[in-house]
Design a protein around this ligand. Structure first.
Ligand code: PLP
Length: 487
């Protein structure tokens, strides 16, 4: 029952390929958020009802099982590969990325030990060097590991910084430290740092929020003051996080100035460039993240702007040996050939042990598109972001975030006055747009600006007509809300 005969397998692959093609060709015609998703609890009931016949007492035919999954995915997900999904950095995936993931599932290379999967390990290290070069790190001296995503890469940054600042911590633990380690983020930083602080045993009170300017960029002088105050209070600053393309508003912290403070104060600077780091692939946009090469480590997610399937994160560091010191443990049952070959076993450089070949989807996508293919896609998406800002202004919205990246936060600028900036109005517009099935956007709360709508060009296939459709949908949503009694 686990292995089907050759004829059944052939039919299964054909069916699978047809289903994928149908999705890629047809997703732009679908509602972006299916009605049942919008329906909340009703949707949940329907999904559970559809699942109930699968009691696993009665095996079903492969085609039947596959069709169930295909139908269910069509009906019950927000279609992130839809060109009118203006959402949370979730891309439309590349065909080469899809092929790579299927291939990896079939060959199932084990990326714990180098000697089990030398091709996979070397492909990933080749990519580490290639991306290091793009970010201005010395490729020959950079170390890195692929991760499940940005959260794991950020967690890796926190623990490597901790191990560098407190070399005994791996053996003796936090309790042996004489002072509490402290890290610094902007209020716009990704919340994975709070999780990492919790999971590492530091606790969330070890995370300091540094003040930001009117563009929500971290203020280097405030960082310096906070570090010095904490040190005087007997605490131990060890890590600063610069966010290069924040999740809510695409804010890019002044990484060169933050690097200056970090160097002078002797703390590790981590650049969380999970999404925004992609501009490193476009020569004329590289200046947006000028100074990133001075960071000690970088988070970059290929499953965001490089449009490969989830999960594909990358952690890079200039500090050779720190991954080994942080993650290496000795296990007699593991193959040991790597040591004599002078290469690293991936499990000794990562939180993960048995690990999927994450890098192949990046490698095949990049091999086929080339740097220039990616630069073109990123340029296009950036241009669509500029177009969206322009069309929104023409339609009476006010853009409230300041970024060259294609994420646009905005509020109503017209008849609504203060009410047009209220949380209820902002939420109401987002819900109306999502509920219409015409597009997907979200809402955020930005510093002193407060609630705002958020739309991001996440898809390399999003074109001018999609941008205009979104603005039209927003206009209808606004009209419907204003015309409701009591508004
Ligand atoms: C700036 C930033 N860092 C980290 C992450 C976490 O990445 P992931 O969801 O891949 O774990 C995100 C997610 O959107 C992000 O925007």
């Amino acid at each position: 029952m686990l292995m089907q005969d050759a004829e059944t397998r052939r039919a299964l692959w054909d069916r699978l390929a047809a289903a994928i093609e149908k999705y890629l060709n047809g997703v732009s015609e679908a509602r972006v958020a299916p009605e049942l998703i919008v329906g909340g609890m009703d949707g949940m009931g329907a999904i559970r009802e559809a699942l109930a016949p699968f009691d696993f007492e009665r095996p079903v035919a492969p085609a039947e099982a596959l069709d169930f999954a295909v139908d269910g995915l069509w009906r019950w997900q927000v279609h992130t590969p839809h060109p009118r999904y203006f959402g949370l950095f979730n891309p439309a995936t590349t065909p080469m990325g899809i092929a790579a993931d299927a291939l990896v599932a079939a060959f199932n290379p084990q990326l714990a030990a180098w000697s089990h999967s030398p091709l996979a390990a070397e492909v990933e290290q080749h990519l580490v060097r290639a991306f290091a070069g793009r970010f201005g790190f010395d490729p020959g001296r950079t170390e890195g590991t692929f991760t499940s995503g940005g959260a794991e890469a950020n967690h890796t940054a926190l623990v490597t910084a901790l191990n560098r600042a407190f070399p005994e911590i791996g053996r003796r633990g936090l309790l042996a430290l004489r002072s509490q380690p402290i890290l610094y983020v902007s209020p716009e930083a990704h919340h994975s740092f709070l999780k990492a602080a919790r999971l590492s045993g530091l606790g969330t009170e070890a995370v300091r929020e540094v003040r930001v300017d009117s563009s929500l960029r971290m203020i280097p002088e405030d960082l310096r003051t906070r570090i010095r105050e904490d040190r005087e209070a007997g605490l131990a600053p060890f890590l600063v996080v610069a966010t290069l393309g924040s999740t809510s508003a695409g804010v890019v912290d002044p990484v060169a100035d933050l690097a200056q403070v970090a160097d002078e104060e002797g703390v590790w600077l981590h650049a969380d460039a999970a999404w925004g780091g992609a501009v490193a692939l476009v020569p004329e946009l590289h200046g947006v993240i000028e100074g990133i090469a001075r960071a000690s480590s970088i988070t970059f997610d290929a499953h965001k702007w490089l449009s490969v399937p989830m999960g594909a994160g990358l952690y890079l560091t200039r500090h050779a040996g720190i991954l080994e010191r942080t993650f290496r443990v000795s296990a007699r049952y593991m193959p040991r050939e790597a040591a004599s070959l002078g290469v690293a076993d991936p499990y000794a450089h990562s939180m993960q042990w048995s690990r999927r070949f994450i890098g192949l989807k990046v490698f095949l996508s990049l091999a086929v598109a080339g740097w220039e293919g990616y630069a073109e896609a990123i340029r296009h998406q950036t241009a669509m972001g500029d177009l969206l800002r322009q069309r929104l202004r023409e339609a009476g919205w006010v853009v409230v975030n300041d970024t060259p990246l294609p994420v646009v936060c905005f509020v109503d600028g017209g008849g609504g006055g203060r009410a047009g900036r209220s949380a209820a109005f902002v939420e109401g517009v987002a819900q109306e747009v999502v509920g219409s099935g015409e597009a997907w956007i979200s809402s955020v709360v930005l510093g002193e600006v407060g609630p705002a709508l958020r739309a991001c060009i996440t898809n390399y296939r999003t074109g001018q007509e999609d941008v205009e459709a979104l603005v039209a949908s927003l206009g209808r949503a606004r009209e419907r809300l204003w015309s409701r009694p009591g508004s």
